[in-house]
Design a protein around this ligand. Structure first.
Ligand code: GLA
Length: 743
């Protein structure tokens, strides 16, 4: 039993292997949050909260004479405005009579086997006996709005999921102005906020800052989880680092507008509120109706950030990603985008496939430009029929030839968008999100389809299910290349326009649910101009996501480093591209580009016709090597050995087999220096008492000889505590990859 209810103390205790979460129903019926942290014996922690009467912090009516327990001072489990808790609220509503706020009190609870579901949205799933559910129902007596707080306890995984279900059990219509997924009050401790900001071509840059009094916000109002603020934050104790200390992760399973506020109040208590962004959000809840918030994946680690990342990596792979491809070996691919952009013919694509097949590449992905009048990015989106000028005879002759080379065929689509210059827009201008009588804001000269309109979803389902049914397509790259403005649905009445952002993403999820269930063997890769929708919601449908449009290996190290805090390596779409790089103009060795792309799903995206014979031989070897290391990279534990944002002259990361039998060290020198020290690193995740040998060593741009290094046996403890030093490496961006094998 991981969920315990102590009737005498009216306390709920949720235990996982290493953590405890506790709540209590106060005498007033308010649901208090008592604790989240390292596992305790489970005794009630209410003694931590001393009664106090602080000026200007009001009391519930029942406590007007005692004045000892203000909702403004006590840690709350789900807060509401206009009730005397002046901190951030999770819920903001207007009742039928115009009144703001709800006074939520305990009504009932249920403890159930298995994991609750979140209707219409991605959420964690559980294997047999893996999870238990707690539902605590709170009710506002005035409106009969019921809030069901849902807790999914995955005791063996150290994850607690949270979501809320809002039910209008009254007779009047209620308007939700804000409906967050959860609140977490941390009355004690001093925390840093670690979040992941960015921009197009520079996603998920970690930023860590001490919390200050007041409110700090991480949010997106772009209609997508965004390149700019990932819906994932970590609160770290000041002393927490990769290997030590307390940290709490909060990951939203949602791909639309999101908001995380962290407030430090008058008493130094910290409150986190996470959920759907409340701007341009307004949801009408008629009597009997239910609103589901997205889910949050919560975890706590007392062993620092690496352990927290490992918890998320395992959980996403085992309890979020459903695709059959999650555990299958993904094909090494060649994508034609940076090889040809829009300028291709069937012969050119076939030639690329032939060149790639000869090197051992297993799949060709035909990117943007194969459909409609899509000769540049000004036209054609929405017209999902083959451009026969480029591909005479359609897709099938090309697919057959590619299959005959022993390769799979994959294709790029961007279903959620429409070009003004397209047959679809000419036929259905009302299917685009546009404000009546206003010229729409353009981005990449395209408009966003109204995914809140069931007619649009039906049309897209018909188009894309036919595409997948009629052609032998084994992979789909699902792109989404602009953020939203002019968010107005021509299919909804005026009073419902505040629902469009959320209904949009529900429409996307519904469509993905149908297509991924109907075509379970198709490998779907998510994309939004690179990693603009790199979130756990998308991973429910897509086992991999194109990590960034920045394919420069040196920049990618920072992007992939930031991504790794929450998301598993098996989800990271990563390719070797041309040098000089198309985004930065930087020149890097081919070996370094491959090393960085190997911290992901691995593929190529360049004109193979321009390579020398020597480079082609290198690629053959890289693909064979990736196959040999596949299991270690995809299923091993990932360790960040350096922080690329620090001013060091090299970056290093490692994959270690969970049983300590093998470890793969990856290292890139980022800054050539005269007369430097050797390059020193410490390995992680090894078997302390075992002896290791260097089984394989690969380098590009350096002169580290294998022979000298392979004979010596070194103990796991020496490699982990004392470390390992490589000799001087010269020039621009040399790299080393070393396989340590237990003897
Ligand atoms: C986006 C993707 C790229 C490529 C282009 C095609 O930017 O992230 O990989 O597919 O679209 O237009």
């Amino acid at each position: 039993m991981s969920i315990l209810y102590d009737a005498q103390a009216a306390a709920f205790t949720l235990h996982t292997q290493n953590t405890t979460y506790q709540m209590q129903v106060a005498r007033t019926g308010h649901l208090l949050h008592l604790y989240y942290g390292r596992r305790t014996g489970g005794d009630c922690l209410d003694y931590q909260y001393v009664p106090m009467d602080a000026g200007f912090s009001p009391n519930a009516y029942e406590l007007r004479y005692q004045r000892t327990a203000s909702v403004d001072l006590q840690p709350q489990e789900y807060s509401s405005e206009n009730t005397g808790d002046f901190r951030l609220s999770a819920l903001e509503v207007t009742l039928g009579n115009g009144a703001f706020g709800t006074d939520l009190r305990y009504k009932s609870h249920a403890i159930l086997p298995g994991k609750y579901r979140v209707e219409g949205m991605p959420a964690a799933f559980a294997g047999d006996g893996e999870a238990e559910t707690l539902i605590i129902t709170l009710e506002d007596a005035a409106s009969h709005l019921q809030v069901e707080l849902l807790y999914g306890v995955f005791s063996g995984k150290d994850i607690i999921t949270r979501a809320a279900r809002l039910r209008n059990a009254g007779t009047g219509t209620i308007t939700l102005q804000k409906a967050a997924s959860m609140v977490l009050d941390l009355p004690f401790g001093h925390w840093d906020l670690l979040h992941f900001h960015g921009r197009h071509c520079m996603e998920r840059m970690p930023q860590r800052m001490p919390l200050i009094r007041g409110i700090q916000t991480v949010a997106s109002r772009r209609g997508a989880s965004s390149h700019h603020h990932n819906p994932f934050v970590i609160l770290c104790d000041h002393r927490c680092d990769e290997n030590h200390g307390d940290c709490i992760g909060l990951m939203l399973v949602y791909s639309g507008n999101h908001r995380t506020d962290v407030e430090v109040d008058q008493m130094s208590s910290t409150r986190v509120v996470m959920g759907i962004h409340d701007e341009q959000f307004n949801w009408t809840l008629a009597p009997g109706e239910v609103f589901h918030t997205p889910e949050v994946l919560l975890t706590f680690s007392h062993r620092g950030l690496t352990a927290l990342s490992h918890t998320y990596h395992r959980f996403l792979r085992q309890n979020i990603i459903r695709s059959r491809w999650n555990t299958r070996q993904r094909p090494v691919l060649i994508n034609n985008w940076e090889a040809t952009y829009f300028n291709f013919t069937a012969e050119k694509i076939l030639q690329l496939a032939e060149q790639a097949a000869a090197l051992g590449v297993e799949m060709l992905v035909l990117d943007d430009g194969w459909f409609g009048q899509r000769n540049d990015d000004n036209a054609g989106l929405g017209d999902w029929y083959v451009n026969t000028k480029k591909l005479p005879g359609g897709l099938d002759p090309l697919i057959e030839k590619i299959n005959a080379l022993g390769m799979k065929f994959g294709i790029w689509v961007e279903p959620e968008m429409v070009s003004e210059d397209s047959d679809l827009y000419r036929a259905h201008p009302e299917w685009a999100l546009t404000v009546p009588d206003r010229k729409p804001v353009m981005s990449r000269n395209q408009l966003v389809l109204d995914m809140a309109d069931p007619a649009v979803i039906e049309y897209l389902y018909t188009q894309f299910s036919a595409l997948l049914r009629e052609h032998h397509i084994e992979y789909v790259k699902w792109d989404m290349n602009r953020n939203m403005a002019d968010v107005y649905s021509h299919s909804l009445p005026a009073a419902r326009q505040g629902e469009v952002f959320h209904r949009y993403i529900l429409g996307v999820y519904g469509l993905l649910e149908r297509l991924t269930s109907e075509f379970p063997d198709v490998l779907f890769e998510g994309c939004a101009g690179g990693g603009g929708r790199y979130d756990a919601g998308m991973m429910y449908y897509f086992p991999q996501i194109w990590c960034s449009d920045d394919t420069d290996a040196i920049e990618r190290m920072t992007i992939q480093h930031g991504t790794s805090f929450g998301y598993p390596i098996s989800t990271v779409g990563a390719h070797v591209s041309a040098s000089p790089n198309h985004q930065t103009g930087r020149t890097t060795p081919l070996g370094t580009r491959a090393l960085v792309a190997m911290a992901g799903t691995f593929g190529y995206e360049l004109d193979l016709g321009k390579l020398t014979d020597g480079e082609k031989e290198q690629i053959k070897e890289q693909i064979q090597r990736f196959h040999r290391y596949y299991d270690l990279i995809q299923n091993g534990d990932y360790y960040r050995l350096t922080d690329p944002q620090e001013q060091s002259y090299f970056n290093a990361w490692e994959f270690a087999a969970p049983d300590g039998s093998r470890a793969l060290l990856n290292l890139v020198v980022t800054h050539a220096r005269a007369n430097p020290n050797g390059v020193h690193f410490r390995l992680k995740g090894l078997d302390l008492d075992a002896l290791y040998a260097v089984g394989e060593l690969h380098c590009d741009g350096c002169e580290v000889a294998l022979e000298e290094r392979s004979e010596r046996l070194i103990s796991g403890s020496s490699l982990m505590y004392a470390g390992y030093t490589l000799p001087l490496m010269r020039g621009d961006y040399p790299c080393v990859q070393m396989l340590f094998v237990r003897r």
